[in-house]
Every structure is written in structure tokens, then in C-alpha cells.
Design a binder for this molecule. Sequence first.
Ligand SMILES: O=C(O)CCC(=O)C(=O)O
Length: 294
Amino acid sequence: MSTLTYRKAPPGFTKEQWEQFDREGILVIENALTQDEIDYYLDAIDQLTAADPKYKVDKFYGPDNVATKHPVFTELIDHPRHVGYAYDIYGELLKLHLSQVFIRPRDSSHNAWHPDGARALPYGVFSPRLPMQIKIGYWLTDLPHPKMGNFVCMPGSHRRQYFDGYTKHTSIPGEKILCCQKGTMVIMHCGTWHRVEPNESDVVRKNIFLAYCPSWICEADRHQCEPEWLKTLNREQRIIMRSYSHGYARTKPPKDDFPLFLDRETGLDSDPEIYADGVPLHIRKRRVAHEQWI
Ligand SMILES: O=C(O)CCC(=O)C(=O)O
């Protein structure tokens, strides 16, 4: 194998970050973006809205599959600022579940309490601890107070499949209203119950969401991507989009899609001393980071 063509997995959770994420279902990382990076993403959002006749300045705007719609969002598929966190959970079967831009002006629609993911039989029934989806949120506008269209969650609620506030907007004791500075990055276990505050301010909330999941969970905002667009991606981006024509490939991806990343510590494409020689890479289990902490 030539290791030259493969990248080491970018940094992900520290042990302390994992413990907080596991306990609360949410991790807030301030100053993740520089002002230049914030401007870069805001500029791309402006280009997206300018090109979309459906965009209305005073209405909620939430296009999905934005990774395929603008090169700046394409870069986010495997961005080293966050992809290592997702890789720490989903390892070699990492997939982009969805990519969204949200614009929330004053008095536009806002969400009631809900978890993300399956409803009638939630993922938590099968996976009481580990998320089957995680969401990365990038906040591009300062939201210093409540009632600014803030994201609100109930820390620790990722273990619960029932929640008193379900379908209501009401404030619930213990909730965390995310009052944050632009440039903040959030990593959320998608089983965490959340809602959105009304926006009673003149600040137009703008943010980007990217969700990741294992390749065998159905993608949320596409099934396949345009072949011509796929050719513009780097190898890791193409793999993470998992644009397979056969359903079972989501469970058993083709051998060329391995390794997605090399181990960030050892630089190896597999865990040493586990399998006998001759077991092909694409059917070897590899340890994911959280296995050392759980
Ligand atoms: O806009 C937000 O802060 C949260 C959106 C939301 O509830 C969701 O995407 O599930």
C-alpha cells in the first residue's frame, strides 16, 4: 500500500471533550472560526441567496444539500476543523448525513422541541449511548441574548426518548439557550432534545449545520450526487458523500473506499496485531476513538 495518497485523520475529541459530549449531549467550542473565516462563509451564503429566486429577505431560509451547491460548502465535507470529531465516532464508515444553511430573521418560523433522527422507533432504542447522527453547527452571527432565534437544548436529554415539551415551544427548566459569539462551533448528539427561540431582534441569525452518521444510515438530503460534481471532489470528500448506486454498498462499501483516513497517531491503515495476514482491509474492523473511553 502506498501511504502517500492517504491522509491521517484530523484531530477530534480530547478525553475531556468526549466526557462532556457523552454526559451533556452537546459540546460548545468558542472561537473556532476567525473573522476571515466567518466572512468567507457569510459571503458564500450571500451568493447562495442571490442565486435562489425562492429566497425572501424576511422569511426563514434553510436550503439543504448545500455541500453540492457551493464550493465553499463542499470544502466543509472533510474540513479538518471538525471532521475528526465525526471520524472519532463513525470511523471508516463516516458519511455526511446532511448539510444546511439556516437564516432566521425576526419573526420567522422557529422549531418546537424535538430530537433529530428516527421518531416512531428512535435510534436510542438500538444505541442508548452512542449517537447515530451528530450535528456540527457553525454560528456566523453574534447571539448574545435569548429571543434571537437561538438554538436551545436540554443537556443530558440524549438518553431520553420521551420529553414533556415535545411539539411545544415552551421553555423547560434546565434548558440551555445557546447565547454565543459568532465563530462558535457546536457538536451535538442528535438524540438531544432541542428547539429554537423566536427571533425578536433585528439580528438575522445565520449558521451552517453539517450532520454525520454511519454510511448505513440513509442520507437525509440526497440519495446520489451528480457524477460530474463528484469528479470535482478530493478522495475523502467523495467517500464521505457515499454516493452509492447499490443499497448494500452503504453497509459494505467498496474496497477502494478504504482507508478513509489513516490512524492519526500511528499513521497506519489498520489496527496492528488483530487479524491474520490476508484479511483484506475493507472487511477489517478498526477501533474508533470512543472505544478507548467507554
Ligand atoms: O436552527 C436551529 O437552531 C435548530 C434547527 C433544528 O431544530 C433542526 O435542524 O433540527
